[in-house]
Write a protein that binds this ligand. Structure first.
Ligand code: NDP
Length: 326
């Protein structure tokens, strides 16, 4: 028997999450059993720990969209006992049981060998949020980052914190947008050179184009803020659209695309093919300063998750939570 955070649904459809003992034969089918070291808390985890947000199909459910640990047994030739692995995405923790347990049984196709230079704790400090931040930066690079500051929205959150640290390490000026002025020192510590107050960008404007200001953007917010930012991009610059913390709408015009050749790049972390996953994890190991990553970590254990799930949905988690499941 081992510990897991189990979410149950009652007859009235109300969910509740608590740490329970479960056994290996309760785990879903898969070809690799992983002894989990750490997991983390992403926005989606908040939904899955709570009412499900339409992501969870069956109850009881073990959430946790990310996990890192050591292979215990494998019927797939690519992995053997003792291998260190990381898993993000593939709807693990939503449709399939996830990382909030001391063991997980998963498909070998979903795993990535841990790159040299990262341990399992650091991998979960990165997690889906950081992995997605790296994908967003890689997409900007592929389309060319222009001179001038790169804007990061939702900067004190998980995606934003990692994007800020990576972009600064790569030598870019980073303008960090936050609605929490008290995180300014934290963000400048990660390498931000400018703090932009959320209020400056979350109002709509009738002007489709404003002064050309940003050489690139990693956007975790969407909604009115993304619409506004599109009109402030430099000629030919790109925005990686990652999140919807501020809304799923996009009340924008096509003018920035037509007159300034601005690119809006969609970033998905869930279904990324293996080769790109491996490339992103290797870039994380080389381009994310580990001292900066350490500064983002809020440690937690399984029993903290019901509260943390609520906090992240309210935008109250700073940086990256690392959950020690043992
Ligand atoms: P966090 O909650 O850690 O960060 C989100 C941040 O957005 C908050 O910390 C806050 O930053 C800002 N924010 C929150 N509410 C608002 C608002 N109403 N208006 C403007 N800004 C707001 O979440 P993550 O970083 O883990 O995820 C960010 C987004 O990216 C989420 O929408 C998530 O679903 C999405 N995502 C998408 C992925 C993909 O594959 N495309 C993968 C991972 C995440 P501050 O306090 O600094 O203002």
């Amino acid at each position: 028997m081992f510990n897991a955070l189990v979410v149950e649904k009652d007859d009235e459809g109300k969910t509740s999450a608590a740490v329970q003992q479960i056994s290996e034969d309760q785990l879903p089918e898969g070809d690799v059993v992983v002894a989990v070291d750490y997991s983390t808390v992403n926005y989606k985890d908040g939904l899955c720990i709570g009412p499900g947000g339409g992501l969870v199909r069956n109850y009881p459910h073990v959430p946790g969209i990310d996990l890192a640990g050591t292979v215990e047994s494998s019927s797939d030739d690519r992995y053997k006992a003792g291998d260190k692995v990381v898993l993000t995405g593939w709807r693990v923790g939503e449709v399939h049981w996830g990382g909030y347990a001391q063991k997980a049984r998963v498909k070998a196709d979903w795993l990535v060998p841990l790159p040299d230079g990262l341990d399992t704790r650091q991998a979960m400090a990165v997690g889906t949020a950081g992995f997605t931040a790296m994908l967003a930066v890689m997409a900007l690079e592929d389309h060319g980052i222009k001179d001038g500051p790169v804007l990061v929205t939702g900067a004190a959150g998980g995606v934003g914190s990692v994007a800020t640290a990576i972009l600064a390490k790569l030598g870019h000026e980073v303008a960090a947008v936050t609605g929490r002025p008290e995180t300014s020192d934290y963000l400048t510590g990660l390498g931000a050179t400018q703090i932009v107050a959320r209020e400056e960008l979350n109002e709509t404007t009738k002007r489709p184009l404003e002064a050309e200001t940003w050489g690139g953007c990693v956007d975790a917010v969407g909604g009115d803020m993304l619409a506004r930012v599109l009109g402030q991009m430099k000629y030919g610059a790109s925005v990686s659209a990652v999140g919807l913390a501020g809304g799923a709408g996009l009340p924008a015009t096509v003018i920035p695309f037509l007159l300034r050749g601005v690119n809006l790049l969609g970033i998905d972390s869930v279904m990324q093919p293996f080769e790109n996953r491996q490339r992103a994890w290797q870039r994380i190991a080389s381009d994310l300063p580990m001292d900066k990553l350490d500064a983002m970590i809020e440690p937690a254990v399984l029993s903290d998750l019901p509260k943390l799930g609520k906090d992240i949905l309210k935008g109250q988690v700073r940086g990256r939570v690392v959950v020690d499941v043992n």
